[in-house]
Design a protein around this ligand. Sequence first.
Ligand SMILES: CC(C)(COP(=O)(O)OP(=O)(O)OC[C@H]1O[C@@H](n2cnc3c(N)ncnc32)[C@H](O)[C@@H]1OP(=O)(O)O)[C@@H](O)C(=O)NCCC(=O)NCCS
Length: 179
Amino acid sequence: MSQEIKPKKVSESRTIMTEMVMPNDTNPMGNLMGGNLLRWMDIASGICAGKHCEAHVVTASVDNVSFQKPIKLGDVITLEATVTRAFRTSVEIHVEVFANDIKGGNPRRCNHAYYTFVGMDEEGRPQPVPQVVPLTEIEQQRYDSASKRREMRLILSGRIKPEEATEFRALFLARKEGL
Ligand SMILES: CC(C)(COP(=O)(O)OP(=O)(O)OC[C@H]1O[C@@H](n2cnc3c(N)ncnc32)[C@H](O)[C@@H]1OP(=O)(O)O)[C@@H](O)C(=O)NCCC(=O)NCCS
């Protein structure tokens, strides 16, 4: 008999991670290397996903990430990861990156990304995950838009055909009909 999984609030798995950019993390210009930032984003969002799913998780995909503002040697970066929505065995995590100097000066939002993780059972198979209860306006917005982002990444990875993307079809038809 399958046991019902209790839905969870976003706040239950919110994850904040802080790092300082050290010489080994930088390129010859003294900027944080993109690959190192992606690694920290993966770790912060993976911890968030694991807390939400109460299980081991694997990264299934990362949506496009752009590096808008350079992060310098000695800067302190803060990563904030929150779950946006759960599907059957996967969860979407939003991660934001903020930076400032060690004295708290020059605070800025550097970039953000959406990661998808899959909850795994003890045998390493995908397992059902708890649904998300959005409570604030921003949580609701991210929850509502998650299914479109999911359809887009499933099309791009070849897992579904564009004609199977019901959310996108509805969006384009509404635009075409001027709704
Ligand atoms: C991700 C993985 C578990 C999916 O396995 P699978 O056999 O395809 O399993 P399923 O078809 O049941 O898919 C499981 C979930 O993953 C999701 N998924 C699979 N590929 C995806 C992708 N590219 N983007 C988004 N979600 C994806 C599916 O939509 C499904 O979610 P749902 O149940 O919520 O609808 C498997 O491909 C894997 O283990 N990949 C390697 C993970 C890894 O090592 N990550 C680190 C990389 S460095």
